[in-house]
Design a protein around this ligand. Structure first.
Ligand SMILES: [Zn+2]
Length: 524
């Protein structure tokens, strides 16, 4: 046996990927055709001949047949348990329903096959695409069934509607007050709630004793796992503000049971800071499979002002920094983005080196003065390019042109050197990264309309938003986000090269194979 046939153990590959068109997202070697993988990590990137020296005894080979392969996609902001719940609820998204009448018909049919007393859920309705052009109220739902509590979520998850029975079961009556940040819509004359609630999904979910069995949850976890892998998503950021230590244990169990293959970074909700810290978990704790991310904070700008107000937000950021946490601040409206920046600037004076990058989630309305402040405070932006595809038509009719000009300004943000990660916010929209890449490159809505095309980015930049930039925003650039020696061997083999097909074809590219840590976890 020659020396080359038996390289030293730390340089011995157990898997060779050959005849690939690798898009590495590594600026030092952007293209290559072969990978040597050992111990779950990338040993070498090069040509078929170049990686031959890593071939050990019993090595496996995958011939990619000149297919493209990219680093595994990172969905930097999504909601795992909400995705599981969505599998049990009715699909009310625009292709499935066209009117409130359609929704009522779906509910009538569902009620017929659902035991009395059991909750009926639905998600994905968008009033803009309904014939009636309005949200539903409890009066649309009450005569569908008297014995089933009903909760329907708006596509954004920021609004939901309950029937009267559901309101009774969640303890909401005529004299209920709003929880912080929430809005109960009321009849103008009687003051009674009409069943429509804004920014209260978390509050309501806590009060729903949803009888989903352990078996049903395990089934749903399997569905979610298969969905991520079939889309090439090898890492997730779980950004739910409801994440507490019990949830952390649930994620840990999913990982231990092998029900969730994608790597997971869990963001503790800010009200659970103490319980995480007391168990020694701070931002960056954990391992390659399961780790603690930044503290999730929700900041809303409503008619009545900011929730939480500026001084409270500043206080939360100082406490987070002092306790070993970075933050991920949900901020959509310009006033919220501005307030998030003020708080980040304030915390940076005392704590210039956070454990993970500080992040603003969504950061949807972001004109140039705020872009410059983002660059100066070195905050990462975690955006959702697929919103352009799924909601572009609504932005075009409902968002003022003055604001629309700086809606999701990807090109400007990248131009300033700001870390810009992509994500799906799933289940808010379907989590196919190739839809997001298509939208970031074309700025086209599903209808074909264009949203601020001057902010289009190249396909290479859009791919990096789901790989290298997402790894950077998650503080995981040393192990994830590109195909480079030493990094974890996570990758997706694609049906076509997203960098060279005409932009219109990007969204029909499929994932043929997904690898995590050098293990083939999915084949299509
Ligand atoms: Zn979210």
């Amino acid at each position: 046996m020659s020396e080359e046939r038996n390289p030293p153990a730390d340089r011995r590959a157990d898997l060779l990927l050959l005849n690939a068109r690798l898009i590495t997202c590594d600026p030092t070697q952007p293209r290559a055709s072969a990978l040597a993988i050992g111990g779950g990590r990338i040993l070498a990137v090069g040509s078929n001949a170049g990686i031959e020296q890593f071939r050990g005894r019993g090595v496996r080979e995958i011939d990619c047949g000149q297919r493209s392969a990219v680093p595994g996609f990172i969905d930097a902001h999504c909601h795992f348990f909400a995705l599981l719940r969505s599998f049990f609820s009715l699909d009310l998204s625009p292709p499935a329903v066209h009117s409130i009448r359609d929704i009522r018909n779906l509910l009538l049919r569902k009620a017929r096959f659902t035991p009395p007393g059991r909750w009926i859920g639905g998600a994905g309705y968008n009033e803009f695409y309904l014939e009636e052009k309005r949200h539903l109220t409890r009066f649309d739902l009450d005569d569908v069934s008297l014995s089933h509590p009903v909760i329907l979520y708006h596509r954004s998850m920021h609004a939901c509607v309950l029937n009267t029975l559901a309101m009774q079961l969640t303890g909401i009556s005529g004299d209920s007050g709003e929880p912080p940040g929430g809005t109960i819509e009321r009849d103008l004359e009687t003051g009674k709630p009409n069943g429509l609630f804004f920014n209260m999904a978390g509050y309501l979910q806590e009060r729903i004793k949803q009888p989903i069995s352990t078996e049903e949850m395990a089934w749903a976890a399997g569905q979610a796992n298969a969905q991520y892998l079939s889309l090439g998503i090898t890492s997730l950021g779980e950004a739910s503000v409801t994440n507490d230590f019990n949830q952390w244990l649930a994620y840990k169990k999913l990982k231990e049971d092998g029900l969730l293959k994608s790597r997971l970074q869990v963001f503790p909700g800010y009200s659970s800071l103490k319980e995480f810290r007391e168990r020694g978990l701070v931002s960056g704790s954990g391992d390659d499979q399961l780790s603690a991310g930044p503290l999730k904070i929700v900041l809303n700008a409503s008619g009545s002002g900011l929730v939480p107000p500026q001084d409270e937000l500043n206080r939360i950021l100082l406490e987070a920094s002092r306790s070993g946490f970075s933050v991920a601040i949900h901020a959509i409206e310009q006033a919220a983005v501005e307030s998030a920046l003020t708080a980040l600037e304030y915390a940076r004076l005392e704590y210039p080196c956070p454990p993970l990058p500080q992040r603003i989630e969504h950061c949807s309305e972001c004109p140039p003065p705020l872009q410059r402040r983002l660059a100066a405070v070195r905050a990462a932006v975690v955006s959702q390019p697929s919103f352009i595809y799924y909601s572009g038509e609504r932005y075009l009719t409902q968002v003022e042109p003055r604001v629309r000009r700086w809606l999701y300004p990807f090109k400007s943000l990248l131009g300033l050197g700001i870390t810009l990660a992509a994500s799906s916010d799933s289940p808010v929209v379907f989590n196919n990264p190739l839809t997001g890449i298509y939208a970031a490159v074309t700025r086209r809505a599903e209808s074909g309309d264009l949203l601020t095309p001057s902010q289009a980015v190249t396909a290479g930049q859009a791919l990096e938003m789901y790989t290298l930039q997402a790894a950077r925003a998650s503080g995981r650039e040393s192990t994830l986000g590109s195909l480079a020696p030493g990094k974890l061997a996570d990758l997706a083999v694609l049906s076509a090269d997203p960098l060279s097909v005409p932009p219109d074809e990007i969204r029909s590219i499929r994932v043929l194979m997904t690898l995590i840590g050098g293990e083939v976890v999915w084949e299509g």
